[in-house]
Design a protein around this ligand. Structure first.
Ligand code: AR6
Length: 177
């Protein structure tokens, strides 16, 4: 689904974050060391090739809530923005740290004149953040930050399952309505 919001467009789609041909930047659900891992990080590093880990090395380690930018190498994008989401129940305050990832990623995109950015659902896989709770932080933060990022026109949430997509779409339908 696509909704028009203050400052641009929000889109949701089901898919693989490593296969987003039309996005200038994709966001990585990274680990602190910015190394290849499972889930999103595994998919992006394997799509980008080993040069991505080399490009990440000078920035590591990063703290929960932080974001850093690299090239995207063999991915079909220009940039990867690596975010370290909070581990649920461990890195606190979780909601603030999760919001910070979305805010900083969009600010970095804006600073680099990146017009569209695709996010996975940060922290809701290996890091254990309950999806409904994460959506209630991620979406409002994106809406607020997007309105202050004149260069970013579109944010796309790329969800891996039909079930996750529905949670995002139900939330957006509620707030858009
Ligand atoms: N495309 C889109 N979404 C995906 C993909 C994909 N290819 N693969 C998984 N998801 P996760 P986290 C979904 O675990 O919770 C890594 O090992 C997944 O279903 O990738 O922030 C890193 O190295 C879930 O909804 O990220 C870190 O150590 C969401 O993306 C750690 O996991 C996030 O799942 C980060 O954990």
């Amino acid at each position: 689904m696509i909704i028009e919001v203050d400052g641009g467009q929000i889109e949701t789609r089901k898919g693989d974050i490593a296969a987003q041909q039309d996005m200038e930047a994709v966001v990585n659900a990274a680990n602190a060391e910015l190394l290849p891992g499972g889930g999103v990080a595994g998919a992006l590093h394997s799509g980008a090739g080993p040069a991505l880990a080399d490009a990440c090395a000078p920035f590591a380690p990063i703290a929960p809530g932080e974001a850093v930018l690299t090239e995207a190498f063999d991915l079909p994008n220009n940039y990867v923005i690596h975010c370290l989401g909070p581990v649920y129940g461990q890195d606190k305050p979780e909601a603030e740290l999760l919001a910070s990832c979305y805010e900083k990623a969009l600010q970095i995109a804006d600073d680099h004149s990146i017009s569209n950015v695709a996010f996975p659902s940060l922290s809701t896989g290996a890091f254990g953040y309950p999806l409904e709770e994460a959506v209630g932080t991620a979406v409002p933060e994106v809406l607020e930050t997007l309105s202050n990022c004149p260069n970013v026109n579109q944010v796309c949430f790329v969800l891996f399952s039909e079930k996750d997509l529905k949670v995002y779409e139900d939330y957006l339908t509620r707030i858009a309505g």
